[in-house]
Write a protein that binds this ligand. Sequence first.
Ligand code: ATP
Length: 233
Amino acid sequence: MPEGQVLEFSEVTKRFGGITAVSGFSARVEPGQVTGFLGPNGAGKTTTLRILLGLVRATSGTATVGGVAYAKLANPLQTVGAVLEASSFHPGRTAANHLRVYARAGGIGGARVDEVLGQVGLSDAAGRKVGGFSLGMRQRLGLAYALLGDPGVLVLDEPSNGLDPEGIKWMRGFLRQLAREGRTVLVSSHMLTEVQQTVDALLVISGGRLVFQGGLEDLVDPSEYATVVDAPD
Ligand code: ATP
């Protein structure tokens, strides 16, 4: 079983020209829990996650996985799995084919392709072309990519987007299971109500700044943050 790792953000700041997307952001994300990363649209969630994953360079500060910057991880795909946005897929290729190509390119072999398709509930659709997939099925396929390396850390940016109520329920149970296995699960959302039943701990970001960190039980007045995070799309 892969070990979860502590994620640590230390004074992370990111400026895009005159825009400060993330400002002095420091937080710790523990293994064995689902941590919700909440904030309204444009609060800086995606930028913070992309910095953690080495896709965006911070203007200052550091983000680490088990004390190591993502770029310096020995086996990144086996350490951190990420679902960042509705991934682009080749419509004419099957789900299984996508995963095999990705596994080969990532040097992790195709041995787990059938297993991860099963984990995300796509076994029956393995041989179907992705062009015919619903958004929810694409989200599951994106999650399958993230799981291929059997990582101890899962980072998911708004994974419930496009899922129907049944899919949302499934995702909730799935993330809880990953945390129960000891993995670190960080999941972003702009709605407290969407993650309230899923998470053990919360980070709330607003205007690029951390405005709350703690357990759900520490949220004295959830409605205070509900108004912060329930911004319309
Ligand atoms: P959403 O839920 O809409 O994805 P978010 O909380 O993920 O929002 P970010 O996407 O991180 O927020 O954006 C934070 C701020 O940084 C926004 O003002 C955004 O316009 C700006 N920003 C993000 N990426 C860039 C970029 N590449 N160039 C310029 N500005 C950017």
